[in-house]
Design a protein around this ligand. Sequence first.
Ligand code: PEP
Ligand code: MN
Length: 366
Amino acid sequence: MEMNLKPILEKADKRPIVIAGPCSAESEEQVMEIARQLATQDVDFYRAGIWKPRTRPNSFEGVGTIGLKWLKKVKEETGLKVTTEVANRHHAYEALKHGVDALWIGARTTVSPFAVQEIADAIEGVDIPVLIKNPINPDLKLWIGAIERIHKAGISRIAVIHRGFSTYGESPYRNEPRWQLPIELMRQFPDLQIICDNSHICGRRDTLQDVAQKAMDLNFHGVMTETHIDPDNAWSDAKQQITPATFKELMGSLVLRETISKDADFLENLEILRQRIDQLDDELLGVLGRRMELVDKIGEYKRRNSISILQPSRWNEILETAVEKASKKDLSAEFMEKILRAIHQESISHQNAIMNGEKVLKKANS
Ligand code: PEP
Ligand code: MN
C-alpha cells in the first residue's frame, strides 16, 4: 500500500526528536515537577501514561482521565507538547478533548487489529501525530498493518516507536531489540520516522545510553526515555526510569553523526569504495551460482547411485576448515558458520529437488 507519510516533527539540525516523561502520571505534583525539570532541556514531547496496560491485574493501572488535566497544565505552564497512550475509542476521544498533541499506541495494542482499527475510526480525519509502538511479538507485518490502518483514517503524521520484542527466558534486555526489524521498516518506508524507546528495551538504567547510541548510529530519528523525579519509588517501571538530570547527561553524551556529508572528496571516495563493494557483491553472487551448479551435479550423481543427501562427516569437515581459514581473515567463527549454514541449507534444497525429480538437470553428464 502506497503511503504518504509526513514527519511528526521536523528538526532543523541533526538533533533527534526527544520524548521524555514518566512511565505513568501519578499525581499533579509529580507530573508538574518532572515537566518543569524537562522544560529546561531540549525536549520535544512530554510523555506520561494515563491508562496503563499492565500485564497482570492489581498493579497500578493509571490515574485515568484526571491525568489529562495535569497534561493540559504541563502545556500551559511549560509550553512542552504532550503525548499519552491510547488503547481504545474512549481513550482517543478523551485525549483529543483535552488537547493532547500526539497519541501513541502501545505494544499490547498494536498486536490487535480490532483495537487499532477502533482507534483509527475514533480519530478519523483528525490532523494529529500518531506514534505506533512495535507489537510485543517480532511481527513486522502486524506493525506495518497498524501503520496502514492509522494512515487509512486520513492521518499522515505517523512515526513508529521501537520498544523491543518480548522474550522468554534469560536476556540482558527486558525486550530484545532485534534491530533488523526496525531496519527493514526503514528500508521499506524511507519517510517514516523511527523513535527508540530505550527504557522498555533495556528495563534497567545502566544500558540506556548504549541502546540510545546504537539507535543514533542506525539513523533513528529520536528517543523516548522514561524520566521520573524519584525513579526508585515510581508506581510503574521503577527499575528503568531515570531522573531528568541523568537524562540530560545521557542526551549530552550521545554522539550524533551526519547522515549526509557535503564534503566532495569524502563523497567521491565513498562512491569509489561503494562501487568496489558492488563489484565484489557481483563476484560473490557469481561464485555462489557456480557453487550451486556443482551442488546440482553432485545431487544428480547421488540420485543415480541412491546415496543420501546429507553426509554429516563431509559437512563437518567443510565447516571446520572454513572457520579456521576465516579466523585468518578477521572473520568471526559465528559469521562464517551462519553463512555456511545458509549455503548448506540452500544446497540441500537444490539436491532435494533433484532427488525428487522436481528439478531435472539439462546436462547431467557434463
Ligand atoms: C509505556 O510506554 O509505558 C508502555 C506501557 O510501553 P509499551 O507499550 O512499550 O509496553
Ligand atoms: Mn513504562
